[in-house]
Design a protein around this ligand. Structure first.
Ligand SMILES: [Zn+2]
Length: 409
């Protein structure tokens, strides 16, 4: 089996790995670089060709699928069923281009044969829903790609299962190392249940509405938020985008717009989108617990709203921000880069402080060590990290590769 990493040996984001065996080729992920422009076709890895049998997408984050829309759609895209539905449900709201996504589904533990390759998906704990690591077998070689993963989320059991019963006899492990540039080697991240406790404690003492900003696609975090609301008897208000994403999971154990304690509020800007695009069936589907501005005003002081910046006008209009608080529950980088400036300004004008309660979607260095030790590959190739130079001192059998180089496993 031959391997070429198009992008990812020295950065987070834009990951793409090409594999060749027996005259067939497949690619693992087709991501947009973190600072890349999705419209820039110069970023697209040169990979097309009749012998390219499939592109396998590990999880529905832009840095892993965000260049797919440049492809013709001839090549099947292999990904989780819920992951595919989430990308499809999100695109109309976010305005991101909807890529061609037709192809077989990844399912935990079910091998798929594609040409010379056998692919076995392992469901993992990550901030993206329906995320997988992949075992790839071809020409007698065994390669494992971690994708993005962690061990402190709501599916931490999956990590424990994997390290307790790891795939053996691996020639190569591609392992992500996002946390290596973000956390000391001995520190750990708080767990989702730690967050639940912290958020519930905040809900117990705060007297006004809490605006809680996280990505609706971070399903673990939405569950954490819902549980904290339930523990403290606070109603949770979501928008149509969030309702559509939660439904796209296809999992009735995940909070849904028609659950008790959850309300749908349609922000004015979204109402315009509904009208323009005739999303009336979608709105109807999520209208069981719909509330309007008057009810938002009424329940405001008790409510928690899954905040999105487009709701600012509605919240001002409802006059429900007396004693309000704000929890920022996503990557601090957006704050540091200034992409959040207008919301920060809006909050400042209303005398509302930003409180950060968040945990990473990626494994801590300690958990990466446990993972690498359990899988014990003959070669560990760094990927998806801004601190690849640290791998050598933390893990055994590290072999560095360069973007674009072909090598034989
Ligand atoms: Zn990633």
């Amino acid at each position: 089996m031959k391997v070429r990493i198009h992008r990812g040996t020295k950065e987070i984001g834009g990951t793409c790995i090409e594999l060749a065996a027996g005259g067939d080729r497949i690619a693992l992920d087709f991501g947009l670089p973190l600072d890349g422009d999705a419209a820039d076709s110069r970023l697209v890895p040169e990979i097309a060709g009749d012998d390219l049998l499939a592109i396998v997408i590990t999880h529905p984050h832009i840095d892993h699928y965000g260049l797919l829309h440049h492809l013709s759609g001839k090549t099947p895209v292999v990904m989780g069923g819920a992951a595919r539905r989430i990308v499809q449900a999100a695109a109309p709201f976010t305005g991101q281009p909807l890529p061609p996504l037709d192809g077989p589904e990844l399912e935990h533990g079910k091998p798929i044969d594609i040409g010379a390759f056998r692919i076995t998906p392992y469901l993992v704990d990550h901030s993206a829903y329906d995320a997988y690591s992949l075992l790839i077998e071809a020409e007698g070689k065994r390669l494992f790609y971690s994708g993005d993963f962690r061990a402190h989320g709501r599916k931490a059991k999956l990590f424990e299962q994997l390290v307790a019963n790891p795939p053996r006899n691996l020639d190569v492990l591609f392992m992500e190392g996002s946390s290596l540039s973000r956390l000391d080697d001995d520190s750990i991240f708080p767990s989702e249940s730690d967050l639940e406790t912290e958020i519930a404690a905040h809900f117990k003492v705060c007297q006004g509405m809490t605006m809680f900003h996280t990505s609706a696609q971070n399903i673990d975090r939405v569950v954490t938020l819902y549980r904290a609301c339930k523990r403290t008897g606070r109603p949770l208000v979501i928008d149509l985008y969030t309702a559509a994403i939660l439904a796209a999971t296809g999992n009735r154990n995940i909070p849904q717009s028609d659950w008790p304690g959850i309300h749908l509020y349609l922000p004015k800007l979204q109402a315009k989108q509904v009208k323009k695009n005739e999303w009336f069936p979608l709105l109807k589907q999520h209208s069981t617990n719909r509330i309007y501005q008057e009810q938002l005003r009424e329940i405001g002081p008790r409510a928690v709203i899954l905040f999105r910046p487009l709701m600012r006008f509605d919240l001002d209009g409802a006059g429900c921000l007396d004693k309000a608080s704000f929890i920022y529950s996503q990557w601090a980088g957006y704050l540091e880069r200034g992409t959040y400036a207008s919301t920060e300004e809006w909050l400042r004008e209303r005398g509302i402080e930003i409180r950060q309660i968040h945990t990473s979607g990626h494994a801590s260095p300690k958990d990466l060590k446990r993972f690498a030790a359990a899988l014990a590959p003959r070669a560990l190739v760094p990927i998806h990290s801004f601190a690849t130079e640290k791998y050598d001192s933390l893990f055994d059998n590290v072999v560095y590769r360069r973007d674009g180089e072909w090598w034989e496993v």
